[in-house]
Design a protein around this ligand. Sequence first.
Ligand code: SF4
Ligand code: SF4
Length: 344
Amino acid sequence: MKNDNFQLREAILSEKTDEGRIRCLTCMRKCIISEGEVGFCKTRKNIGGKLYTLIYGDISSLSANPIEKKPFFHFYPGSKALTVGSWSCNFTCPWCQNWEISKHPPDEFKNYVSPEQFMRLVKAYKCQGTSISFNEPTLLLEYSLDVFRLAKKMGYYNTYVTNGYMTPQALDLLIGSGLDAMNVDVKGCKETVQKYCGADVDYVWRNIHESKKRGIHIEITTLVIPRVNDDVDCLRSIARRIREEDENIPWHVTRFHPEYKMTDREATPIQTLERAREVGLGEGLKYVYIGNVPGHRGENTWCPNCGELLIERYIFSITKYRITPENKCPRCGTQIPIIGKPHL
Ligand code: SF4
Ligand code: SF4
């Protein structure tokens, strides 16, 4: 049943085309939408010549998560972020690990949560910040902006876990409204992303570059999938691009489990992830992490200078934190790039 507290909102980024249709400017698909139609992601609809978002506050999932789960390993370590997602996606990844919501159209506001209610929950769950995640957060742009502004006023941080396909205008609005950090999925090299996700990865790199330049904390994740993006050349090209941006950007190479349209494929062998980590370190990246392999030493932070153990993790928990209050290695004094205070 529809929740009556919701309000249909006009989309914030659109323009009229010459033919009387509307171009959505939320993500780089830039769909042109006719009267009564929806865009590729089904979350934007042309109603009477105006573009509306069909998912403002239409929440599919909500939970207080350790920030390590996003994953962010160099941002407020040990803190908790109240995390929400909505419905649908602008990519077509056949391996999607969140397909129950990302392949689901808007749900008619059955679980409407206003930004004010959301912020009350952030406080009630004793979180230190917010995260828009689970499906593609860019589709929840209008809601994100309202949540972020409120969160900033109340002293909380704001994060996005994203495929990084927003337009420059959307990115600008997010940064202006108080976005602090993004974990961006780089799903592969150009051909792979085009083939499986129907997207141009150059726009993702552009957004990483622009965000970094404007002081947003960036971490990058690559879900390593057998026979999709696990060859050394592909992994090396991603690592090189990250290094060109900044060798201190953490790179998470995470394990794929068979899901959605790829249930016939095996989970990523541990050796493949270890090889990916070696490739990243070999290309000069200072922090490369193995994800979804509980207890692996690649989950930990090691000093890039002397090899000392700095942060030991088990799944999403910190089991040892040895970085000094000045963010230095306790053994050799190397400065470690960590944003925000740890919550241990
Ligand atoms: S947000 Fe949706 S409707 Fe808008 S451009 Fe992207 S895919 Fe198209
Ligand atoms: S971008 Fe993320 S949420 Fe969207 S289909 Fe791909 S893996 Fe799923």
